[in-house]
Design a protein around this ligand. Structure first.
Ligand code: S3P
Length: 450
């Protein structure tokens, strides 16, 4: 089936409420990892030949990346649920798109494709929804300009829409990333594919390494060495010929986080989440919840190119902890749901060093604090730290503003499953960007929504 026949997943604004539920029981598999899904499509498009992808996340963010790859000349086909084929055009083979590329809500899709385009001699305009138009693009455009790409149009302050003219002969650079961001690292490496010689990214805090793993999988010469206490130095040899290779996308730990915390908080729950990716650069939430006293047990551990495990999760009494700032890159998307867990813990949880949360799909630091306050939880922001005073329970009864942010929406609904009063959200529509079928999956485990 050609991709144009794939149904559009945009739903109208939809308020939903979650209420106190009976114990959650059963097994579930959350959708494929969003980070790997974007990268499999982009790197598949940069190989010569056909790459088969299984378990692709069919959320709006990833579908927008698939459309962008098609607009850049790759042929993309959906052959079944989660099964996709990408006919790549090779490194340097992108065609100039006729229309602006619309990335909807997705910073990852937009920033990674900016990198891939920067290493090709074509011009492309990048755009997105109202949330994405507020997010900073300088962090990617600065290094891409150092590599020879030119920004020929932009809205104020490096905001979308941005028109980028890629470089005919990109320059290989050595780039120490000023912010801990896998998107920035990945954009530079993808641009480096078009450059002769070695492109190096140095990160002070190691961030998710799916780009590096997939580049290696498709045959690139890429080396990773430790750098400092928590950092890495990654070196890619440019202008490779990438060869197609099948990709199986494991379940997304950032999506699994929601049913996982729900099972910890709803008394009497006992669930299994199947085939969750446990790449150590993504498991900060699990480490933190375990420190808080959570019963999370890997029951079948295996390695399919990424480590995966089935996770058994049982309701647990949690206690407050201090979460160090160095852990932030390994759980950057999980703070809203960790803050919910912290509200139901006994004692104070301090989450340190959350500056990056201010530039996510919403100002997630402010939105997380407002979500908890609206439901009777005492919470403070001190500098870049979030401090939650846990009382072992939450009153609930609030209506949460989600600010076009899927993770605020899902965190608030999980809160409602364990609070004394229901918790409402203004709009569940954005959940489809990363976790289509969230409400149905949670209902299957016993969660109650209105
Ligand atoms: C992502 C990196 C993170 C994360 C985002 C996905 C990726 O963003 O928040 O949801 O796939 O590279 P930053 O690179 O901005 O930290």
């Amino acid at each position: 089936m050609p991709m144009s026949d794939f149904p559009a997943m945009t739903s109208p604004a939809r308020p939903v409420a979650a209420r106190r539920s009976a114990p959650l029981r059963g097994r579930a598999r959350v959708p494929g990892d969003k980070s790997i899904s974007h990268r499999a499509l982009i790197l598949g498009a940069l190989t010569v030949g056909e790459t088969r992808i299984g378990g692709l996340l069919e959320g709006e963010d990833v579908l927008n990346t698939a459309k962008a790859m098609q607009a850049l000349g790759a042929r993309i086909e959906r052959t079944g649920a989660g099964d996709w084929r990408v006919h790549g055009v090779g490194v340097g083979g992108f065609a100039q798109p006729a229309e602006p590329l619309d990335f909807g809500n997705s910073g990852t899709g937009c920033r990674l494709v900016m990198g891939a385009v920067a290493g090709c001699p074509i011009a492309a305009t990048f755009d997105g929804d109202a949330s994405l138009r507020k997010r900073p693009m300088r962090r990617v455009l600065d290094p891409l300009q150092e590599m020879g790409a030119r920004v020929t149009a932009e809205a104020g302050g490096g905001r979308l829409p941005v028109t980028l003219q890629g470089a005919r002969d990109a320059l290989p650079i050595v780039y120490p990333t000023p912010v801990p961001s896998a998107q920035v690292k990945s954009a530079v490496l993808l641009a480096g594919l078009g450059a002769p010689g070695a492109t190096t990214v140095i990160e002070r805090e190691a961030t998710r390494d799916h780009t590096e793993r997939l580049l290696r999988h498709f045959g690139a010469d890429i080396r990773t060495e430790p750098d400092g206490a928590h950092g890495r130095r990654i070196t890619l040899t440019g202008q490779p010929e990438l060869a197609p290779a099948p990709v199986v996308v494991p379940a997304d730990p950032s999506s699994a986080a929601f049913p996982l915390v729900a099972a910890l908080l709803v008394p009497g729950s006992d669930i299994v989440l199947d085939a969750v990716m446990t790449n150590p650069l993504r498991t900060g939430l699990i480490d933190t919840l375990r420190e808080m006293g959570a019963a999370i047990e890997p029951v079948a551990v295996r390695d399919d190119g990424e480590e995966v495990a089935d996770l058994r999760v049982r309701a647990s009494a949690l206690r407050g902890v201090d979460v160090p700032g160095e852990r932030a890159p390994s759980m950057i998307d999980e703070y809203p749901i960790l803050a919910v867990a912290a509200a139901f813990a006994e004692g104070v949880t301090r989450m340190r060093g959350l500056k990056e949360l201010r530039v996510k799909e919403s100002d997630r630091l402010a939105a997380t604090a407002a979500m908890l306050r609206a439901n009777g939880v005492t919470v403070e922001i001190e500098g870049d730290d979030l401090i939650v005073a846990g009382r072992g329970r939450a009153t609930g009864g609030g209506l949460v503003a989600t600010h076009m942010d899927h993770r605020i929406a899902m965190a608030a609904l999980v809160m409602g499953l364990a609070s004394e009063q229901p918790v409402g959200i203004d709009d569940a529509a954005f959940i489809a960007t990363s976790f289509p079928g969230f409400i149905e999956l949670m209902r299957g485990l016993g969660a109650e929504f209105a």
